[in-house]
Write a new protein. Sequence first.
Length: 211
Amino acid sequence: MAQLSPSRRCITAFALLWPLALHAAAKPGLKKPVQTPFQLAEEARQQLFAIPAEQRTRNDYDTVMDAYRLIYHANPADLHAPESIYNVGLILSDEGLTLHDAKASQNAIGQFEFLRKNYPQSSFRIAALLEEAHVASNNLQDIKLARAKYTDFVQQYPQSSHIDEANAALRQLRAGKLPAPQVASGIPDGAPTTRARTAASSTGARNARIP
């Protein structure tokens, strides 16, 4: 029997331990757990990307995305719901690029659109639109869609620190060329640190079909 790599063993263990952590966090009268569900999901994501890209499997991606999904499925108004949705979008984007899966890339765009629609006050909405443009260009290599997404970004967020990137990409796309691939930044444009975030980040969350 083939042995699992250390990173994959951590992901597998996480899949078994996460429901227990969620149960403990929800139980009244108990002290705050050492790790919150969001912290566990973040740790699982770090372990996912510690696995070499060529060795990652669909199951690896699904395990980590499910950890984030459980956060906002359980409580759409959770403090970390917008960021969890955003992270699922990033993971879907990486899955699409790594596994050459166009459907995963399309689902990534849908995930970012869901965030922008249902959490219109979240600072992650800005990065989400930019990531839609990245996926359309980098993953799908769809010039028309990428041009539309970058145009929306430039029109909606002219003060963004990424405006020069967006304008440069638009010039390339209008010339019928794909811009150089862009990588998601660690902290989205305008997003506060985790400690500084408030419940206002999830203001406007609506009842909707959750991806």
